[in-house]
Design a protein around this ligand. Structure first.
Ligand code: NAD
Length: 357
């Protein structure tokens, strides 16, 4: 029996999570497993209930579960709140308290969706890369931070990029380990021509690489990497980078695949794991049954693979997604590549039907 904490969140979160739950139920039936699920509020939904983006009880529940499955948080309703009370703080707290330091964001271009990308077919066909983003350090957490007023009355906004050797070592190790299961190629992305924190990043990643002589290592400056991702994304296998650079580059990589609605992610630590789509709460389409549930369904596949080591079931879910795309089923975000437009719940149903052991 596996324990999964389900946090649908805000906006399209509850819609996409319903489809992900259907998938979980189907694989459990097929493999005669029990996924004991508990559902709780997070983000804006939690603010509306208890006045805080996440409760201590939900954090305790997360630690008592084998994995956390999250939809998305945030939305205009809560945008006026003080920064410390915003829905997004729930994510930062979960990441920090569960020590989820490695964020894995695979970007794979499905053969049926090559024409959904805004880039040329020959550029994106065959793209299969993995962004490994450091998630609990860097400028999102570094101190000092805040907005302060000087004696002259002018305000100063301050954030600090900080990385320690240990933080860099553990994320680099994860990147090399994943590269070993792929094409054995790591690209480390930094800004070592300007930032001291990046000089240390580059030094430590190079040291770690010595323990992985079978994996090649290249260093790229982040501005060059942003350009190379558009120019020739097929050159990449595993990209390892800092929290801020990874946030930006992984959204860029998302667009290679045609829609951000396609991209799953896993956030892993040494003890806990959280799975969620890369996209946000998409308030513009929330409540319309239009969202693409595939990113969340593929996040379930990542959970089956990384937390539960149920590799066959993970492959079965991924295979079902590939199959429905091949058959031409498309949510609204994907219709530019042709095919039949279906709703969020129809997409979930048809994927569930195609899951075969
Ligand atoms: P977003 O990812 O929510 O939406 C960007 C665009 O992509 C929108 O046009 C949206 O309709 C579309 N989109 C996103 N997911 C889709 C899906 N599954 N199917 C079809 N189309 C989809 O990003 P945003 O608009 O910058 O942010 C909206 C809110 O989400 C903000 O409050 C933001 O803070 C929050 N956010 C949360 C997370 C998270 O929970 N992990 C991540 C990013 C943004």
């Amino acid at each position: 029996m596996y324990k999964v904490l389900v946090l649908p969140g805000d906006g399209v979160g509850p819609e996409i999570m319903s489809e992900a739950r259907k998938v979980l139920t189907k694989v459990a039936q097929m493999a005669h497993l029990v996924f004991e699920t508990k559902e709780a509020f997070v983000g804006g939904a939690s603010i509306d209930q208890i006045g805080a983006p996440i409760s201590d009880e939900v954090l305790r529940e997360a630690k008592a579960s084998d994995a956390v499955l999250l939809g998305a948080v945030g939305g205009p309703k809560w945008d006026q709140l003080d920064y410390s009370l915003r829905p997004e703080q729930a994510l930062l707290r979960l990441r920090k308290e569960l020590e989820l330091y490695a964020n894995l964001r695979p970007a794979t271009v499905d053969p049926s969706l090559v024409d959904a990308s805004t880039l040329k077919r020959e550029v994106v066909e065959g793209v299969d890369l993995l962004v490994v983003r450091e998630l609990t350090g860097g400028i999102y957490f570094g101190k000092p931070k805040g907005i302060e007023k000087g004696n002259d009355g002018a305000e100063r906004g301050v954030n600090t990029e900080v990385y320690s050797t240990g933080e860099i070592e553990r994320i680099a190790r994860k990147a090399f380990e994943f590269a070993r299961k792929r094409k054995r190629k790591v690209t480390s992305v930094d800004k070592a021509n300007i930032l001291e924190s990046s000089v240390l990043w580059r030094k430590v990643v190079t040291q770690v690489s010595k323990r992985f002589p079978d994996v090649s290592l290249t260093h790229l400056y982040v501005d060059n990497c942003a350009m190379q991702l558009i120019r020739d994304p097929k050159q990449f296998d595993v990209i390892v980078t800092t929290n801020l650079f990874g946030d930006i580059l992984s959204d860029e990589a998302a667009m290679l695949t045609g829609s951000i609605g396609m991209l799953p992610s896993a956030s892993l630590g040494d003890r806990y794991a959280l799975y969620e789509p890369v996209h946000g709460s998409a308030p513009d389409i929330a409540g319309k049954n239009q969202a693409n549930p595939i990113a969340t369904i593929l996040s379930v596949a990542m959970m089956l693979q990384y937390t539960f080591q149920l590799h066959d079931l993970a492959l079965a879910v991924e295979g079902a997604v590939r199959q429905v795309l091949k058959e031409g089923y498309r949510t609204l975000d994907l219709v530019s590549s042709g095919g039949n437009s279906v709703s969020c719940s129809q997409m979930g149903d048809v994927i569930v039907e195609r899951i075969k052991h």
